[in-house]
Every structure is written in structure tokens, then in C-alpha cells.
Write a protein that binds this ligand. Sequence first.
Ligand code: FAD
Length: 473
Amino acid sequence: MKLSRRKLLAGGAALGVAAPVAQHMMWSQREFSLPGYDPTAPPATATSASWMNWSGSQKATPAAINYPVGEAGVQDLVRIATGRVRPVGSGHSFTGLARSDDMMVDLAGMDSLISYDPSTGHATFGAGIKLFHAAAELNQRGRAFANLPDIDVQTLAGSFATGTHGTGNQLTALHDYIESFRLVTANGDVLDVSRNSHPDVFQAGKVSLGALGIITQFTVRTVPAFSLHRKLTIEPMAPFFDRIEALGEQHRNFEFFYSPGTQLVAWLSHDEYAGAPTEREDSHDDTFLLGLKQLRDSFGWFPWLRRKIAQASFPTGLIEDVKDESWALLSTTRPHKFNEMEYHLPRENGVTTLRKIVAMLDRKKDVFFPLEYRHVAADNAWLSPFNGGPRSSIAIHAAADEPYDYFFSEFEPVYRAVGGRPHWGKHHSLRREALSALYPEFETFLELRRDLDPSGKFLNRHLSGLFGESFNG
Ligand SMILES: Cc1cc2nc3c(=O)[nH]c(=O)nc-3n(C[C@H](O)[C@H](O)[C@H](O)COP(=O)(O)OP(=O)(O)OC[C@H]3O[C@@H](n4cnc5c(N)ncnc54)[C@H](O)[C@@H]3O)c2cc1C
């Protein structure tokens, strides 16, 4: 999608609208930055290491970050640890799940395909492998993941642990592909877990928040490799909103983005396709986002003007029409850092809640990051947000250097009022009482966690808050 800032501004000029000068000056002097935001990791002391998550919302100086290269190494680390231990993946969660002041364990060195069984299509990977690497290994064997999220640099373990998902009415979140896994528990022992060997640990461990121990490898279900046909269309929001359910039924993968203040949506469909890939431009381009920011910075004070300029400047209709292998199309990159809140709502509440959220975003004037709307199919992992029925997911974003406190004060109550469950890896404020009411097996999960880890070796402040456990450093 090519939309230059120059073109956006030219659109504004073409309208020839003179903004009232005083208001415009007030708006242009407005401070959008988040106080204290610093996009660098905290300095490590002589006795600590330094860690920061992708968006910069979580920082830590743990006593050590260890990089074991085999299961025995993980067992040794857990056995000798005297403080708290947290496994960490690529650090792409926005919440404080992976932080520890004591030991963090990164399985980046356990990132290979361990075995592949052509008779079942099951593949066993080291838990630290990144999604794109695992997808490439599968592709070489004529296999694929049935679905992928927006980006593919997360680890397999990190993705599964938080219920990471893509979109599609018939497509489950990634953890639903798990057939078995190996878990290093708090005393350093290894459990070889499948639905038959340890039924409870299996259902709890698929979305574990890293709270049951360190998983060293996963065996996952795969599907025959397939190609997709992607279409990206920009059109007016109002008539489009009436077609959301039908489009979700019609396309294998369906999602859309709403750009605040524009009344325009950009929607994406992916459908299976047999044939050669088409040539396509590199889509690692955030010109569109910069255009939206410029529009907000220049015309945010005047919602009607912002809308008119967007509508006059944005291309509409079919913007992209490409074909390629599934793993090359489903995930892209996100060069512009942000903070995010995503709630998964019972499917029947999706569109009505969406309408409310969009109206709220438009009223806020200073939001420019697009909202993302997706569909995810049901599964049965205990802490899966999709446990018990399909969900509609609504994600809102704020630039990483801008405030996002309104996520909690204004938007979260709207999601909660309709039974929304938060993405475990994205900002939310829920604690035990609320989570227990949302997840039928939440208390059972907590009991199992206490059985596996009575001393709380794998707890940190964030998890203790979620689980209603006391935490003393
Ligand atoms: C730009 C961006 C785009 C995103 N897009 C999507 C999307 O499309 N869909 C979606 O659902 N989410 C999305 N997310 C959220 C992201 O997928 C999740 O937060 C995911 O958990 C990140 O994986 P990670 O490897 O970075 O894990 P981390 O964030 O490092 O860790 C996540 C959890 O996994 C645990 N963990 C890590 N390794 C192990 C292990 N070996 N054993 C046990 N537990 C372990 C950690 O303790 C922690 O609890 C996105 C995030 C970003 C920043």
C-alpha cells in the first residue's frame, strides 16, 4: 500500500479549508509523548543483566539471563536457582509475564526442528524456535502451520503460553496444534506430557503463562503446505460493518483495520489458492501509519476535516491482490512500536461492541493507530481465551511513546461488560477474582500450579497478581 505523507497533505491543501488559527495552534503544541518513555534497556549493574520487552513497557535488571542449550541445562538451572525463575521468549508480550529480578531463562539456543514424522505430519521443535523459522522448516517438508499471527518473530513457547492467534472463523489459536510437550518442573524433573499421559497438565500447559515450569520442546500438528490469495480493500466503514459476519463466513482468513477519525476500513482476506505466486512489493512499509500520524498531528482538533482529508486522500477499492505460500503472506512486520490492549469477546457481542469502541476512538481525537478486528475459533485449553466458544477480537493500539492509560479507564470496562477475556500477553488489569469468573477452570489451574510449584519458584509480581498469591520479591 503506497500512501505518502506528501499525498495526504496535498489532499488537505486541495480541500482549501482554513482552520481556525487559535485552535489549530493549541492542537499543534499539544504534547503527545508518554512521560518517562525511554526506548533503551535499563543499564545493568556489575551483578545484573539487562532486559526490556519489545514495546519498552517492561524493563528488568535480573541477576542473570541464562541461555541453556539442552534440556539437562534447563534442569540444572532450575535446580540450582535460589530465587525466582522466569522463562522468556522473544519479549513480545506487553505485560510483565516474563520479568524476573532473579533469573530469566531464554531458550534461544533450543531452536531447532528435532524430528518430523511424515506418517502423522507431527513435528517436534525446540521450544525456543521462532515461528518464522519453524514455518520455514515445515515448508521444506511440504508442511505448514494452519494459521499464523500478524508477526512471526515470537517463539513457539511464548506464542503458545499466551494464547497467540491469527484470524479465521474456522481457525483456532496456535496452542491448539500442540500434541505433547516436555516440562521442566520446579524441582528440576521432566514431565513428558500428552493428553493421555497427564490429561490435566496437558490442558493447563497449552496456555501456561510460563507459570507451570519451563517447556523445552513441543510436538505439534501440521497441515500440508498451501498457498493463499490475499486481497486488501479500503472502503467506507458504515456499509462495511453490516457485512462483517458474512465476510467472516466467506473467507478462510478475514480481518480488518479501522483508522480512527477516518470512517474508512482496510480489510484483508486470505483464501486458499492452487498455483504460482504473484510478484509483490515488499510490504515492510509504515508510510501509511506515518500518514495517519501526520493527519492526527495536523488536523486532530477538527474531526470533520481529518475525515474529509482522509477520505479525499486515501486510495479506496482493491489495493493489493497477491498470491503466495501461506507462511509468506500471513505474517508481516510491525516497524513502528506500540502498546496494545486486545480483548476477545463472545462472537455474538463482537460487532455491537466494535461499534461502541469505534465511536469512542473517534471521539478521542488523539488516537491514530488503527484498531484491529479478528475472529478466532474455539478450543479447550483451560486458560485459552477461546475456551468454550468462538470469539471476536478487538485490539487497540497507542504509539509506544504516547500514553495508553485510557485503555484501562475507558475501553477495558466496555469489553468487560460483555464478557471479554483479555489477551494474556497484552495490556489488561484483571486479577484473580475477575479471571476466576471468566474461566471455568481458573481455580483448577491455580491448584495444579501450586502442586507443581509449591514454593512459587516460577512466580513473579505480575503472575502473583493474576493468581491472587502474595509476593515478597
Ligand atoms: C508487534 C506485535 C505483534 C503481535 N501480534 C500478535 C498477533 O497477531 N496475535 C496474537 O495473539 N498476539 C500477538 N502479539 C502478542 C505476542 O504474540 C505474545 O505476547 C507472545 O506471547 C509473544 O511471544 P514471545 O516469544 O515474545 O514470548 P514472551 O513475551 O517473551 O513470553 C510470553 C510468555 O511465554 C512464557 N514462556 C516463554 N518461553 C517459555 C518456555 N520455554 N516455557 C514456558 N513458558 C515460556 C513466558 O514466561 C511468558 O509468560 C503481538 C505482539 C507484538 C509486540
